[in-house]
Design a binder for this molecule. Structure first.
Ligand code: HEC
Length: 122
């Protein structure tokens, strides 16, 4: 129950005017979800995160990224928007200096693709 209430609140806060962001992320993020999925595989994000659709062993150093679009905050620090999620992925230490998540040298374009994929997760 607690989870359902949180989810409703998150949807109201994040989706606000529209729910199409959850089903068709490309126009919202400007990224390509399929390229994002390949980048996630190449960069090894699953070593630390459980990520649906990634065919690799999955670790749990970081939080699971399932239902990412429904999260209210990125790393508990920033409102969950495509821009903020991309900023986090490009340079986590800029947001949270002592985070365990490494800077993996992700470009702006790559970050948009990765976020597009993460926003498809349910
Ligand atoms: C060495 C482990 C590690 C790797 C590799 C890693 N992360 Fe993380 N990630 C973390 C940790 C730890 C956190 C939690 C940070 C915090 O809240 O302080 C995190 C947080 C996140 C968040 C925010 C999640 C949330 O619920 O707020 C996203 C999104 C994310 N990582 C995406 C990625 C992507 C994409 C990659 C690959 C490019 C990646 N991570 C690689 C450890 C990692």
């Amino acid at each position: 129950m607690r989870r359902a209430a949180g989810l409703t609140a998150a949807l109201l806060a994040v989706a606000g005017c529209t729910t199409t962001a959850l089903t068709d992320p490309a126009p919202v993020t400007g990224g390509d979800p399929e390229r994002g999925r390949l980048l996630i595989t190449e960069l090894g994000c699953a070593a630390c995160h459980q990520i649906p659709g990634i065919d690799q062993p999955q670790g749990s150093v970081g939080p699971p990224l399932a239902e990412f679009a429904e999260r209210r905050a990125v790393a508990g620090q920033l409102p969950n928007t495509p821009e903020n999620a991309a900023a986090w992925i490009r340079d986590p230490q800029r947001v949270e200096p002592d985070t365990l998540m490494p800077d993996l040298g992700v470009s702006e374009r790559e970050a948009r693709d990765i976020v597009a994929y993460l926003y498809t997760l349910e």
